[in-house]
Design a protein around this ligand. Structure first.
Ligand SMILES: Cc1ncc(C[n+]2csc(CCOP(=O)(O)OP(=O)(O)O)c2C)c(N)n1
Ligand SMILES: [Mg+2]
Length: 337
């Protein structure tokens, strides 16, 4: 596959089959679930029910939903601290994720990990990493494990635009290319790394960062779930075909501050409003669903009601589940392989 730049909204002739009506509705529901979950988490943080750091994924939903739609249960996922959307897209339960945010026993890490440290072996979700870029060598190792054990799986290794200048990323690219490891490096370029605009911090195009290792890269409109799905289909086919790693640079945007404690003074309200009103991934798909008569306004509202119910139940669970017992302080420090 040659290195090439994908244009926004372009149809890919080599894409397998276009998504069915049910699949489109599924993407809509999944993106809405992440949006409503994150809105609720933001509210609960404001009420003091969630402590520590909390990084919301609002605006970026199309990336994980489109990627996950192209993958299957053999595949593993790893990402940074902006991880709630990835967990929900992997099929982890909203209740367990929300209860981890509130630091309760019912959480995925029994209330001891919080927002940035959650895992599910069952769903092959390997965190949740607070050190910028730390997940890249680990994701590469997961890809090695997939290849070594011949389980047919691949790793989707997500990293931010703020991680791409780290040495460990290139050490990982080198190994992955050399050993043809089954890994998709998904760069979520949401334009900012904390308060630093991507253009101020990184030279050149991010999708070309694997060129020296012969790793092909694609730039994708990460605000359009259909573009993401089409690019992900190609990437999955390439990687499963034994060709080694590939890079997908998702051009996306986070609507909220870096974390809940960021007033986001490094960008204008107009910039955020423009993205929200013109490029919102959920509105984009809604238009498609309405235009193609796949669903009417009423049906879409019903999906929203369902999703809100799931999130309300998750929030109730997360506030009723007890706090961890102090005796748990010394458990789960080392886990048997
Ligand atoms: C090694 C390291 N350096 C610095 C930090 C502080 N830090 C936390 S998030 C962040 C920005 C990362 O931005 P990006 O990779 O673009 O991800 P995004 O927050 O946009 O999802 C920084 C510098 C850290 N956690 N780890
Ligand atoms: Mg970023």
């Amino acid at each position: 596959m040659a290195t090439s730049k994908r244009r926004a909204k372009s149809a890919t002739p080599e894409a397998p089959t276009p998504p069915s009506k049910d699949e489109l509705l599924h993407y809509y529901r999944e993106m809405l679930l992440i949006r409503r979950f994150e809105e609720k988490a933001g509210q609960m943080y404001g009420m003091g029910l969630i402590g520590g750091f909390c990084h919301l994924y609002i605006g970026q939903e199309a990336v994980v939903v489109g990627m996950q739609a192209a993958m299957d249960s053999r595949d593993s996922v790893i990402t940074s601290y902006r991880d709630h959307g990835h967990m929900l897209a992997c099929g982890m339960e909203s209740k367990g994720v929300m209860a981890e945010l509130t630091g309760r026993r019912g959480g995925y890490s029994k209330g001891k990990g919080g927002s940035m440290h959650m895992f599910s072996r069952e769903k092959k979700f390997y965190g949740g990493h607070g050190i910028v870029g730390a997940q890249v060598p680990i994701g590469t190792g997961l890809a090695f494990a997939h290849k070594y054990s011949k389980d047919g799986g691949l790793n989707a290794c997500y990293l931010g635009d703020g991680a791409v200048n780290q040495g460990q990323v290139y050490e990982s690219f080198n190994m992955a290319a050399l050993w043809k490891l089954p890994v998709i490096y998904v760069i979520e370029n949401n334009k900012y790394a904390m308060g630093t605009a991507q253009a101020r911090a990184s030279a050149g195009e991010l999708y070309l960062r694997g060129s020296a290792y012969g790793i092909p890269g694609r730039q994708v409109n990460g605000m359009d779930v259909l573009d993401v799905k089409a690019a992900a289909d190609e990437a999955v086919a390439y990687v499963r075909g034994g060709n080694g790693p590939i890079i997908l640079e998702m051009k996306t945007y986070r609507y909220r501050g870096h974390s809940m404690s960021d007033p986001a003074k490094y960008r204008t309200k107009e910039e955020v409003n423009k993205m929200r009103s013109e490029s919102d991934p959920i509105d984009n798909l809604k238009k498609v669903l309405l235009e193609q008569n796949i669903a009417d306004e009423e049906a879409l509202k019903a999906i929203d009601r369902d999703v809100k119910q799931v999130v309300t139940e998750a929030a109730e669970f997360a506030t009723q589940s007890p706090e961890p017992d102090p005796s748990e302080l010394w458990t789960d420090v080392l886990v048997e392989a």
